[in-house]
Design a protein around this ligand. Structure first.
Ligand code: KIV
Ligand code: ZN
Length: 506
């Protein structure tokens, strides 16, 4: 069987999702989970982009033991030097150099002629090769690049030392048969000079074909798939790795390929990225959505009872859905809790462990059965909170006009003890208007959803919101979790306001 590698770009292309801003701590946590999941290579960031990106790539480089760590670089020496420095501590490393090759990108974005583009590829791939054993080259917007020029660009990269060729469908424009044919064309025509060259897919989901396109690449000779967890990324997102890895496994009869992905870690990985990105997973999402294994129609239920294989091609257990309840209760000790959390991908210590354990105890007091989904949600909440504020009190009452009046008291790092009152058409609006009075920021709420973490009347509420800073246009995602929907809503909003505050330094 062929081996198909997975290259995860959740922390680079995935972080380009509007409103998603991982801090270094979150990034290392995700990277550790990706290593556990069996990802071959992680694109940890774009080191030249900012000191924060550099630091994150560097921290990830220090912390990985088996997974290769990659940094992105444009065809600029300063980018390549920054990637080299950031990746210095990595046990296994590679660089990813890219330059656009489509007519529209060359003319309008780069303002370079095709010959200048070829010269730049030659110069920068060769330079990268003096610093890295493994150099990956991407002709950006490859699928809208004229075939002959694509061949010339890739050949130039291979001639100058690239041993991984990634073919980006940058704008999600291609189709499975067209994308497959591009791989065939390159594989049949590139002279690898006897080197082992890996061909890799990189797809965006604008037309909903990212997974199909990536698998078409595999059918046509590619041996690597680039993607993100939960398919997060610019616009409609990137190829969801969990979909491709599961498809390769379930249809190994067809693809005749295997990967190193530890499928049972899929759900944990997905939940972690969902919690830290503030992006909820749609219920009907393939592989990881909470309805992915639910059978509603009577005919289906009857069939599944007689033989699950009638309607179930994947078992929930295969991808790590837990059906058993958590064997922890309100009498469980800190050690048992820490061990369980490590199993779930959270390696907690010190203050963080104390905080998480306190939250677990509060929940265990309220909820009859604490499920793993509760704990994962609780952790996402704790990680995003960082304790820079607490809600002291929230009160709601109808005023004489039938509107809700909210009174909120907070203690925050920036403002100390503050209280305010405001009215709104409903309770959430009243609370949000009150919080607006406290933070005095020019923002607006652009997205609000509420969901139950588990089934049942005692389920925790998970609120996901997006707030836009009217001054900069920047989006901030945040989520709030609580046994009470009002508290969950308030927490999400305060978190978003704190994100804006930290960025603006007001
Ligand atoms: O989509 C794209 O073209 C990219 C490149 C940087 C590889 O993400
Ligand atoms: Zn991309």
């Amino acid at each position: 069987m062929r081996k198909v590698q997975f290259f995860d770009t959740t922390l680079r292309d995935g972080e380009q999702t509007p409103g998603v801003n991982f801090n270094t701590h979150d990034k290392v946590r995700i990277a550790l989970q990706l290593e556990k999941w069996g990802v071959d290579c992680i694109e940890a960031g774009f080191p030249v982009a900012s000191p924060g990106d550099f630091e994150a790539v560097n921290e990830i480089a220090k912390n990985m033991t088996t997974m290769t760590v990659c940094g992105l670089a444009r065809c600029h020496k300063k980018d390549i030097d920054a990637a080299y420095k950031a990746l210095e501590p990595a046990k296994n490393k590679q660089i990813h150099v890219f330059l656009a090759t489509s007519p529209i990108h060359m003319e309008y974005k780069l303002k370079m002629t095709p010959d200048e583009v070829l010269a730049s590829i030659a110069e920068h791939v060769a330079y990268a090769k003096t610093l890295f054993d493994v150099v990956q080259f991407s002709p950006e917007d490859a699928t809208r690049t004229e075939r002959e020029f694509l061949l010339k660009s890739v050949q130039t990269a291979v001639d100058h030392g690239a041993t991984i060729i990634n073919v980006p469908d940058t704008v999600g424009y291609t189709t499975p048969s067209e994308y497959g044919a591009i791989f065939r064309y390159l594989l049949d025509n590139i002279d690898n000079h006897g080197a082992d060259v890996i061909y890799s897919s990189h797809c965006h989901d604008d037309l909903g074909m990212a997974t199909s396109n990536s698998l078409a690449a595999i059918e046509n000779g590619a041996t690597r798939i680039e993607g993100t967890v939960n398919g997060i990324g610019e616009r409609a997102g990137n190829t969801p790795i969990e979909e491709c890895a599961t498809a390769l496994h379930i249809r190994r009869d067809f693809y005749n390929a295997e990967s190193s992905i530890v499928l049972v870690e899929t759900k944990n990985t997905s939940d972690l990225v969902s919690a830290l990105s503030g992006l909820a997973i749609p219920k009907n999402k393939a592989i990881i959505g909470s309805n992915a294994f639910a059978h509603e129609s009577g005919i289906h239920q009857d069939g599944v009872l007689k033989n699950p294989e009638t309607y179930e091609i994947i078992t929930p257990q295969l991808v790590g859905f837990k059906t058993n309840h958590l064997p922890l209760g309100k009498l469980s000790g800190r050690h048992a809790f820490a061990t369980k959390m490590a199993e779930l991908g959270y390696y907690l210590e010190g203050e963080e462990l104390k905080h998480a354990f306190d939250n677990f105890k509060i929940l265990a007091d309220k909820k009859k059965v604490v499920e793993e989904r509760d704990l994962l949600a609780l952790m996402g909440d704790a990680v995003a909170n960082n304790e820079s504020w607490i809600i002291d009190r929230i009160e709601l009452a109808y005023d004489s006009f039938g509107e809700q009046e909210a009174s909120v008291s907070l203690t925050t790092k920036a403002y100390g003890n503050v209280s305010a009152k405001a009215v709104g058409a409903g309770s959430v609006e009243a609370i949000y208007n009150t919080i607006d009075k406290i933070y005095k920021q020019d923002t607006r709420l652009t997205y609000y959803t509420i969901d139950a973490v588990t089934d049942g009347i005692d389920a925790q509420a998970q609120v996901n919101i997006t707030v836009q800073d009217n001054k900069t246009g920047k989006l901030y995602n945040a989520s709030g979790l609580d046994y009470d929907v009002i508290q969950a809503s308030a927490k999400a909003y305060i978190k978003a306001k704190e994100l804006v505050l930290n960025e603006e330094g007001e």
